[in-house]
Design a protein around this ligand. Structure first.
Ligand SMILES: [Zn+2]
Length: 327
């Protein structure tokens, strides 16, 4: 297990190139900007975001509400859209940090290369996406290599399960992280396996401070949150606005408790807007301005001062999304 945190390099990698880490500004740390037609719609027909004009319009609203950077959590697969991400970023002026890495197995065909290739080969694919450019895939085939580089690495586990294939992918993700310094963004299905992910990556040589653990607020068990924060990982609260799961007030109460325990610098925010029904521009709601225009006001009403709120929105993303350097 690594003992000391690796140094931070002073940049984050966006689809338009590297920028100084302190320029990320108000950041959503887990979103989905485009999800093209593919297996994703078999998992949920609502996972379809394929209109450049609509996506750009929503990012424009986000920018007008002081939003500056968005993390796109769409990993390797034909639904990811590097060129559209670049175009949307150019048009909206919002920085977009794209992902390499892999989602849960359910999003891939049984004959996909993630199941048959070695961890070394999978790591090589991710390293190339970070250092050279993301590939455009048709199924398992690379149809084009872009020069648009990924800025973080996605990892996902299932509900209460990290299976053998996910463990192999974790090995590959860790190797790609150690080779490139790109931070790791993880998916915890319904908030499970968070601490297990931290322990698994620690064994693979990844310092916990390089991990951004997503969807933890789907499981409001504060002991889990405290353990993950105590281990040194970042927690992405990206279920804000999902009142069918929990009210914002429950997240605010959790945030207050985490602050009392001294973990304000571990918290990141996002909305995980993978369903088109969540986008105003696609005809739904509450839209990407919800955190800035609604949730942060609630945090202030709950008594939070400028400093912790600015940490959640700006300072913590600056630290979490910067590339690392292991000595
Ligand atoms: Zn997601």
């Amino acid at each position: 297990m690594p003992t000391s945190a690796p140094g931070k390099q002073n940049f984050v990698r966006t689809v338009l190139g590297d920028i100084p880490a302190q320029e990320v500004g108000f950041t959503h740390c887990h979103e989905h900007i485009f999800i093209l037609p593919g297996l994703s719609q078999e998992v949920d027909p609502g996972f379809l975001l394929d209109d450049i004009d609509k996506t750009t319009a929503e990012l424009g609203l986000f920018y007008a509400a002081d939003g500056r950077t968005v993390v796109d959590a769409q990993g390797i697969g034909q639904e990811r859209a590097p060129k559209l991400l670049q175009l949307a970023s150019q048009r909206s002026k919002v920085n977009i940090i794209a992902s390499t890495g892999f989602h849960r197995g359910v999003f891939y065909a049984p004959d996909h290369f993630r199941y048959r290739e070695s961890a070394e080969a999978l790591a090589q694919r991710m390293i190339e996406e970070i250092n050279v450019g993301m590939a455009i895939y048709a199924g398992s085939e690379v149809v084009e290599r872009t020069n648009i580089r990924a800025g973080l690495i996605k990892f996902a586990s299932d509900y209460h399960l990290i299976d053998d294939n996910a463990r192999k992918i974790a090995e590959a993700v860790a190797a790609a992280h150690l080779a490139t310094g790109a931070p790791i963004l993880t998916h915890c299905e319904r908030g499970t396996c968070a601490l297990e992910q931290v322990q698994l990556f620690s064994k693979l040589g990844v310092h916990p401070s390089c991990l951004l653990i997503s969807h933890l607020d789907r499981n409001l068990d504060r002991y889990v949150h405290e353990d993950v924060a105590h281990a040194g990982a970042y927690l992405v609260y990206d279920g804000i606005s999902r009142v069918e799961i929990h009210s914002d007030m429950e997240i605010i109460e959790l945030i207050r408790r985490m602050m009392e325990e001294g973990y304000a610098r571990r918290i990141l925010l996002g909305m995980d807007m993978g369903r088109r029904s969540m986008w105003k521009s696609y005809g739904g709601g509450p839209g990407m301005t919800y955190i800035g225009n609604v949730f942060l006001i609630k945090l202030r009403r709950a008594g939070l001062t400028y400093e912790p709120i600015e940490a959640f929105t700006n300072r913590n993303p600056t630290d979490a999304l910067a590339f690392r350097k292991y000595s």
